[in-house]
Design a protein around this ligand. Structure first.
Ligand SMILES: NC(=O)c1ccc[n+]([C@@H]2O[C@H](COP(=O)([O-])OP(=O)(O)OC[C@H]3O[C@@H](n4cnc5c(N)ncnc54)[C@H](O)[C@@H]3O)[C@@H](O)[C@H]2O)c1
Length: 249
């Protein structure tokens, strides 16, 4: 039985995770921690692995606490850009014994979309990302969009692709979106969405649109459970569900 502490346990993802963990034969949610609770509850009940679904401004401190207390951590919270990932590497040090697995998206469809996007990236002049989420989400762009943009940029750089063409010279209100790794990202926040993403590629006379929709938070749970089972056998920092799934990364 893997003893799991869920951080952000009262939130949307945290409460869905507690239910999924308790329904699994080999996992047990032994601690449910939310904003008013002390992290000491994690060690008090002997949890081996923590799952963080809190807020971007809280998650890094939680990871630090867990690493310092020898607890493996799966991080689902958004906002782990390269600077934060480097802080995690620094925390873990040269010969880590603790595993930290940062997963921008736990759904298999979203992970595959990111891989398909990286495959397509060198073949198209233009690329933009549109991500759509529920209006209660506090951060933009989504962690998935950031990761997708980074993977696209890496594939374009490797192929020595020319810069994305764009004649815009006037955009006082930011209508062309945020630039993440040079890729325009547009964020929609509307009731009815859980998490969706489109990647639009443009070439001469054609466009290719890749789209993924999570209709329900259930879509994340198989990935959450896979990550919780894998993290203790991967000391150091690992990024992306593809690292622990049998799909090529
Ligand atoms: N990786 C993925 O696949 C994935 C999927 C969906 C959402 N997310 C991300 O997960 C995070 C949580 O999303 P949500 O929709 O569940 O949010 P939510 O607002 O419903 O829940 C967050 C919970 O964390 C608690 N919290 C805040 N600070 C805390 C702290 N310091 N310690 C303990 N608890 C704290 C809040 O009280 C709240 O109950 C967001 O960053 C979101 O973008 C990731």
């Amino acid at each position: 039985m893997i003893r799991v502490a869920v951080l952000g346990a009262k939130g949307r993802m945290g409460s869905a995770s507690v239910a999924a963990i308790d329904a699994a034969d080999d996992l047990e949610a032994v601690a449910q921690v939310d904003i008013a609770d002390s992290l000491d509850a994690i060690t008090a009940v002997g949890a081996e692995v923590a799952l963080d679904f809190t807020q971007p401004d809280a998650a890094l401190a939680n990871v630090r606490w867990c690493v310092e207390h020898g607890i493996h951590v799966v991080v689902g919270t958004s906002g782990f850009d390269e600077a934060k990932l480097q802080e995690v590497r620094d925390l873990l040090g040269g010969s880590p014994t603790v595993g930290v697995l940062v997963v921008p998206n736990f759904s298999i469809g979203a992970v595959l979309l990111m891989q398909f996007a990286a495959t397509a990236a060198p073949y198209f002049e233009s690329v933009e990302i549109v991500e759509m989420h529920h209006p209660d989400k506090v951060d933009a762009p989504s962690g998935t969009a950031v990761r997708t943009a980074e993977l696209i940029a890496k594939a374009r750089d490797a192929a020595r692709a020319a810069p994305i063409p764009d004649a815009t010279t006037t955009d006082p209100d930011g209508a062309r979106g945020a630039k993440v790794a040079g890729v325009p990202v547009h964020a929609i926040r509307a009731r009815g969405y859980v998490a969706s993403q489109e990647v639009v590629f443009g070439g001469v006379g054609e466009t290719l649109t890749l789209r993924h929709d999570s209709h329900d938070r259930e879509s994340f749970m198989p990935g959450v459970l896979t990550a919780l089972r894998a993290v203790s056998s991967r000391p150091g920092l690992t990024v992306g569900l593809e690292s622990v799934l049998p799909v090529s990364g």
